[in-house]
Design a protein around this ligand. Sequence first.
Ligand SMILES: Nc1ncnc2c1ncn2[C@@H]1O[C@H](COP(=O)(O)OP(=O)(O)O)[C@@H](O)[C@H]1O
Ligand SMILES: [Mg+2]
Length: 384
Amino acid sequence: MSTQLGVLAMYMPGRKLEELSFYRKLSIYGQKLGVDVFVFTPDDVDDNRSRIHALAYNQAARSWTRRWIGFPPIIYDRCRYHGADNYRKITRFRQKYTKLRYLSRPLANKWIIHRLLSENENIVPHLPSTIHYKSRKQLEQFLKKHPIVYLKPKSGTGGRGIVRLQRLRGGRGYLMQGRDAERRILPATKVTAANIPVRLAGWGLQSKYIVQQGIPLELKDGRVHDYRMLVQKDGHGKWQVTGCAGRIGPPFSVTSNLHGGGTAISMETMLKNRFGTEEKVKSIKEAAYTLGLHIAEHLETKFGTFCEAGIDLAVDPSGHVWLLEVNPKPSRDVFRLTGDLQTYRRAIRRPIEFALHLLEKKAAPKADTKPLDLAPQSQQNESH
Ligand SMILES: Nc1ncnc2c1ncn2[C@@H]1O[C@H](COP(=O)(O)OP(=O)(O)O)[C@@H](O)[C@H]1O
Ligand SMILES: [Mg+2]
């Protein structure tokens, strides 16, 4: 008998599902590995009769059909934050069905993740200096220490609401650039330190923002770049770096997110272009891979078992690797976009293989550590 894997999703306006093409591929790989994949949302659950009106992909007919099923033995939570209503629904589902086994889970906001990772001495050298926004004074102090500073909403995603402040020569203030909450590129403007909170009035700096040391990531043409790494549990329950790819932001953008117009490029090409020698490229890659694994392992001790994380990394001009962000529900599109189909396929297959491993072990993912903060990692979507 085959095993069932439930994908917990969320309806977007018009009852559309966000990642249907990913779920289709997941279903096809599932079938190869003896796993029936069912997709459902909290709206499809019949609480009274403990059954779910789930979607299953029919490969022969190339279409999705609905079927009533019981609760699958393991659930892959792919819900990303899309407004308070959706968030309530998913939280209610997870609170009601705590006994179910989950492959993935919400982590926490950027500030909490930063604090948790600061506990690990292997990771600390890779964390940009970061504070929670408190006051204009404190921001001014921070700006004196770092020539580039990023303001980021702690629960933001996709490059929304991110501002970069770059110190201008000769005490001429700062160049402010970024994207608003709708991800529109803001025109570059010159500001004084005192003026920044005024310019960003209404953005909720005090309640929502972290202030972070900016890593110089501009390429010769002025565009910024960074890397997206996918770290996943394999079929033996071991963390592996599935792959890592570079991303280049569009012109005039201080963020490189693909959903904000960024383009994907292989990590090797990117590193070779920047650092030339094979040895240097190899050592940077090794440092990045080691860091990715340390991050996943450390977070697992805090949150319990999960199957994957998308890790945004930066490599500064000296070749030092920095962590920008951890995403608990990563997309794997970056590998499709670089044409690295082998990695792309492996990235789809691994959650299924890990689910099988968990089920074979018949051991519930360790729920020994209580999730710390289930506040919307806002949409860890694109980073999703
Ligand atoms: N400290 C930083 N230094 C340089 N660039 C940064 C920094 N933080 C973020 N960025 C840029 O902004 C992008 C989005 O930031 P990130 O922290 O990943 O938030 P989001 O959740 O919106 O993706 C990054 O991919 C990177 O291009
Ligand atoms: Mg990101």
